[in-house]
Design a protein around this ligand. Structure first.
Ligand SMILES: [Mg+2]
Length: 370
């Protein structure tokens, strides 16, 4: 049995080593909050709010998450828990707001695993020997083939073997040109973030012949019919990312005859309870699964590493070393192994905690759970 005592929110403002451009805009820093849940026994669990400052990727923002956490979720947490899985139903009266709910649910799973002295991965049902996750690195969008090729070469020299490039109709000629080089296109995922909505399907059909591994989210997030129609016309597999907010969205795609590769971000679907439903459904239907990323700090990255070590993830996702994003992460950094993988930390829970020096100076909102 676990009862919660406090929920603390620590303000994060971590500059990115390089600005990150996608079809939605440019991000220069990771500005969010870490969530610390503390039990009455004094055990802490950690997560981070994965929303951005603007709703360009997903309807929630850091501000909406703070509002929902403080005024609508924290008041629900003053109960006695006999299983970590109960947290989802405790918070079910709050509709939508997946990233806000996930930040509490994921911290709670970390806390529970630490309480039981097991790894978070073990609590999620991952085999103990699945400790190395192949790394994949996301590249900022560019319309110039030379720039793209230079960056791919540099990342390849640093040990990365799988890549994702952000694309939009205005910039995708660089990708076409890449097909004339000896770069292994089947190690490249294109992520459109919905930027082909409203363009002619012929343009996309042409894009689909480039030989890349996947095109992710070409159309708007609610356009399931459009994605299903398009997938029938493309040679390249089509992936869904922003479209998937819960397991029912996968069932919708399947009913429309689509078999998408699913980009799963646990924070975007409300946390681990829904993530495990999605994993089960993907395994049952034979859908490919990859882990997504939101330029997380070490805390969010540790959560993604734990989930991505689940054997259902059969496609390389967006999981790179900390030093690709930050000069100084908030936790012990994740490093790229010689075999191009990221190692899952050992130890209870996430196997990572925020740097105590950073915690002591971070602005903190301390909420009591009653
Ligand atoms: Mg994506």
């Amino acid at each position: 049995m676990i009862r919660l005592a406090r929920l603390r929110l620590y303000k994060v403002n971590l500059e990115l080593l390089k600005p990150f451009r996608s079809a939605e805009g440019v991000q220069r820093a990771k500005q969010t909050y870490l969530v610390e849940l503390v039990s009455q026994d004094g055990i802490s669990g950690w997560s981070e709010i994965s929303a951005q400052n603007d709703p360009s990727y997903w309807p929630e923002t850091v501000s909406t998450c703070l509002e929902i956490i403080e005024h609508h979720l924290t008041p629900l947490l003053g109960v006695e828990f006999s299983s970590p899985f109960e947290i989802a139903s405790i918070m079910a009266s709050v509709k939508g707001n997946q990233m806000a709910r996930a930040s509490i649910e994921m911290a709670f799973f970390d806390l529970w695993a630490r309480h039981d002295g097991v790894s978070l991965a073990q609590l999620l049902g991952v085999p103990a020997d699945n400790t190395h996750i192949p790394a994949g690195v996301s590249l900022s969008m560019t319309g110039e083939m030379e720039v793209l090729l230079l960056e791919l070469t540099d990342l390849h020299e640093r040990g990365y073997r799988f890549f994702k490039a952000k694309v939009a109709p205005e910039t995708d000629t660089a990708i076409f040109e890449l097909s004339r080089t000896d770069f292994p296109l089947d190690h490249l995922v294109l992520d459109a973030n919905g930027s082909y909505a409203g363009t002619s399907q012929e343009h996309l059909v042409r894009l689909g012949d480039t030989g890349v591994a996947l095109i992710e989210q070409p159309l708007s997030e609610r356009d399931f019919v459009g994605h299903a129609d398009l997938a029938k016309r493309l040679v390249t597999p089509v992936g869904l990312d922003e479209s998937i907010g819960c397991v029912d969205d996968i069932i919708t795609a399947l009913r429309l005859g689509m078999t998408p590769t699913v980009n799963l971000k646990p924070s975007r679907v409300g946390g681990y309870v829904e993530s495990l439903k999605i994993i089960e459904r993907c395994q049952h239907e034979g859908l490919h699964l990859r882990i997504g990323g939101m330029l997380e700090t070490g805390i969010g990255r540790a959560h993604n590493v734990a989930l991505a070590s689940h054997p259902a993830f059969d496609r390389v996702g967006d999981l790179a070393a900390s030093n690709h994003y930050f000069a100084n992460d908030l936790t012990e950094p994740f490093v790229l192994s010689d075999d191009g993988s990221i190692e899952r930390p050992t130890g209870a829970g996430l196997g990572r905690v925020p740097d105590p020096g950073w915690i002591s100076q971070a602005p903190c909102l301390d909420l009591r759970i009653r």
